[in-house]
Design a protein around this ligand. Structure first.
Ligand SMILES: Nc1ncnc2c1ncn2[C@@H]1O[C@H](COP(=O)(O)OP(=O)(O)O)[C@@H](O)[C@H]1O
Ligand SMILES: [Mg+2]
Length: 363
């Protein structure tokens, strides 16, 4: 457990880590080879993505299907290796050669919860089995009694009661929301510091989504877990995330505190996403992200801004050059030629109004 520390300027730092992010992603790039062995073609699934996960916060990744969100989560979970870039965990680049045990720590410290609660549990085993396994593999409990008590405790934490009854049930006897809660309990069994939740509510009924989002909030508050919350629904990011990063075609195009991103979006793509949400303050939407226009080819991406073909503000330079990062304030940045590069853009967020892009909403 972290111990409170007093920082240099005298303020109390509850994290005890001097404000250091739990995970720092630097210039992460992932190219997938396509077309067989002879082909040199690659899909540029992720290109030069950098972001931080502050300790004990929920960071959202928002973007349409195909923007690289799951690839980011899979890289962070070490399910796939990156083409280049760094993943710095607790100050160490985990991709550099390291002792084996250190890498094991990372794999238990960083747990993933997937989108599909129906596919993620084994239908032939009861709930108990799904929680017993990680407890045994990671040696979290000793003996039957302790394991049973911990299983009940985990089920209680995720709101599945009475625990003894739920533990004996099979996945088919549970609703989608209940299964997703089991998936969270399973991840929690390992006592992780970070959870990567890849569209954890998008396959659930709207009526039960809010319960899962509230569970994430509670795990953050009560257990100090840092979350990467992946979604195509910017309104749910506003509801749950402290910080929101917007992705488009394998690039991160804007990041800010969630309330500021919704109230003062800077990137035309963020504005487009928001224009499809009737009321981003109201909570959760049911529909997919706007579908007008397509993400450009990721096999041979053009040199300029990937959003240029859909952008109502596109200028000549947007076709030719990838925009750099403009810093709007300490936690708000944008990658767009409409803003002066570097620090000079401070105070410019929200200056562009009336984005006149028609959006169709896919069901
Ligand atoms: N194993 C793979 N091989 C080839 N292309 C892939 C692979 N995994 C993902 N991609 C491609 O990478 C891009 C980003 O995918 P993904 O990260 O799943 O996006 P998202 O989760 O935002 O929908 C897509 O164009 C997808 O087709
Ligand atoms: Mg995905």
């Amino acid at each position: 457990m972290a111990i409170e520390q007093v920082t240099r300027n005298g303020a109390v730092d509850p994290s005890g880590y001097g404000g250091q992010p739990v995970i720092d992603v630097r210039n992460l790039t992932k190219h997938f080879p396509v077309g067989g062995f002879v082909s040199k073609q690659v899909v540029h699934a992720l290109e030069d993505v950098s972001f931080s996960m502050p300790r004990g916060e929920v960071v959202a990744l928002v973007g349409e299907s195909g923007s690289g969100k799951s690839t980011t989560a899979r890289l962070l979970a070490r399910l796939i290796p990156p083409t280049s870039g760094e993943i710095v965990y607790e100050g160490k680049d985990i991709l550099k050669s390291e002792p084996r045990h250190a890498s094991l720590d990372y794999r238990s410290d960083v747990q993933m919860v997937f989108q599909d609660p129906f596919g993620s549990l084994n239908p032939v085993h009861p709930v108990r089995y799904h929680l017993e396994r990680p407890l045994k593999i990671h040696k979290k409990t000793r003996g039957r009694g302790q394991t049973r008590d911990r299983i009940h405790e985990l089920l209680d934490i995720v709101g599945l009661t009475p625990p003894a009854e739920v533990a004996a049930k099979y996945p088919y006897q549970l609703s989608g929301g209940q299964r997703q809660r089991v998936a969270f309990a399973r991840a929690l069994a390992v006592e992780p510091r970070v959870m990567l939740a890849d569209e954890p509510v998008s396959m659930l009924d709207v009526s039960i989504r809010i319960g899962i989002l509230n569970l994430i909030e509670r795990l953050k508050e009560d257990h100090g877990i840092s979350f990467l919350y992946i979604t195509h629904d910017i309104a749910s990011a506003r509801y749950i995330a402290d910080q929101t990063n917007v992705m488009y075609a394998g690039r991160m195009v804007e990041g800010a505190e969630s309330t500021e991103l919704i109230d003062e979006p800077a990137h035309p793509y963020t504005k487009l996403l928001l224009s499809a949400v009737p009321n981003p303050h109201a909570g959760l939407r049911t529909e997919e992200a706007p579908s007008r226009g397509e993400i450009p080819s990721l096999i041979d991406p053009p040199p300029g801004c990937p959003f240029e073909p859909r952008c109502p503000y596109a200028m000549d330079v947007c076709k030719q050059e990838m925009p750099g990062i403009s810093s709007l304030n300490r936690r708000h940045w944008v990658r767009c030629h409409l803003y002066p590069a570097g620090e000079a853009a401070a105070g410019m967020s929200g200056k562009l109004t009336n984005v006149s892009v028609q959006v169709n909403v896919r069901n």
